[in-house]
Design a protein. Structure first.
Length: 113
């Protein structure tokens, strides 16, 4: 967990999570000069922390949509998860793109040499 956060989350970022034990060290993982701020929500008592406003609703909603999209396209199999996650992220970012725009985007990202 620490490796993923320190590699992909910018120092000084405020991280919201539930109170899973693996997350407890988050405030100490960033550099001393720019530590992470960690806000938590205890799901046994609240969906949104009444003091800090911390919640995990957005990530849980996104993960539910991602799992649904991946499982729909794979017939319930989670193989090639990385490829499916990349495809899902691309589709969300380019929602509503027309076919000719899709081809232009492919050419932009993969120019022929």
């Amino acid at each position: 967990m620490r490796y993923i956060i320190t590699r992909y989350v910018a120092p000084g970022t405020e991280i919201w999570s539930d109170e899973w034990r693996a997350y407890r060290g988050i405030p100490t993982w960033g550099p001393a000069a720019v530590p992470y701020t960690h806000r938590t929500v205890n799901h046994q008592h609240h969906f949104v922390d009444p003091v800090t406003g911390a919640n995990t609703q957005r990530i849980e909603s996104n993960w539910r949509a991602i799992k649904s999209a991946i499982l729909t396209h794979t017939g319930g199999q989670m193989e090639s998860l990385h490829r499916r996650l990349v495809e899902y992220a691309w589709r969300v970012e380019h929602r509503g793109m027309e076919f000719h725009s899709l081809i232009a985007e492919i050419n932009r990202q993969f120019p022929q040499t």
